[in-house]
Write a protein that binds this ligand. Sequence first.
Ligand SMILES: [Mg+2]
Length: 364
Amino acid sequence: MSPAGPPVRKIVHIDMDAFYASVEQRDNPALRGKPVAVGHGRARGVVAAASYEARAFGVHSALPSVTALRKCPELIFTPPRFDVYRRISLEIRGIFARFTPLIEPLALDEAYLDLSDFLAPDETATSVAEKIRAAIRAETGLTASAGVSYNKFLAKMASGQLKPDGLFVITPKMGPAFVEALPVHKFHGVGPATAEKMRRLGFETGADLRACALPFLREHFGKAGDFFFAIARGIDERPVRPDRARKSIGAEITFLEDVFALDVARERLAPIVQKVWGACERTRLRGRAVTLKIKYQDFQQITRGHTAPDPVESGADLLRRSLALLEPLFPTQKGVRLLGVTVSAFDDAAPSGQLDFGFAADEG
Ligand SMILES: [Mg+2]
């Protein structure tokens, strides 16, 4: 307990180890001990998940399949079975629910748990985290790693420390020093663009961030500057929010000049799609529904949507799906003043995203 301020929270981050790939290896003995990529090996496919054996070759999620095969010619592709992953994910959430009602899923394979008010007298957050890992192993045959700490950021960073099948605790005493030593590109909440910006500003570790005044961080990172200022000191007050379900990811752009030609509309769509896919990547949300929004010069607004059996698997895939919705709307008599793209119908029923800047891609 800190002498001043509220009691220290007990936050656990549970992260399944190479989840999709581990499920495939569990269910197919021929894949065990082998470099496995979940995804399609075809020309424009991407790796959705890689087994640890594949990771040793530098294969990771979001890598184009062609590149993955170049890095690891022995790589075995196996198609994703999202229905199976969803079912196991629900099983795992059932295990979490035995210990706390405060569960915030981040993706099918990871969640924050707040145990602060739900520990029996003889239990600690660490002992409960071990019980959860043991139950997951016994009931699903899969391993999970756990991070235990006093806030979400540190719990998340902790779960990655001893992967796979590990547990790591960051105590309030350790927190500030842990963050100071942490390379900024590894910060959860720092996407590739932000990491590059930090590199240009000369930031290498949390200690460099900590040395910065708040106005400087705000100037360079906007609202995220406040987050970085606090997190550099090991402070993260964000609550674990079970109700924080994100239902869709979208972006739209209003044009300076109305668009009449399909070619131009296609060009304008690309950066919107890129932005939406970037957010899907960072939050690791995979949606099956794509919606296109058009607003015309007379402010009439229409939407066109399509829900596919499989989730959007890449930026190129999202662009194809978006174009399929856009093209039938041309030629047009009325100029288009706004285009928007939204992805929804996520595989994960209840992930969350409260930071409005980039999440670092997670390889756990
Ligand atoms: Mg994971």
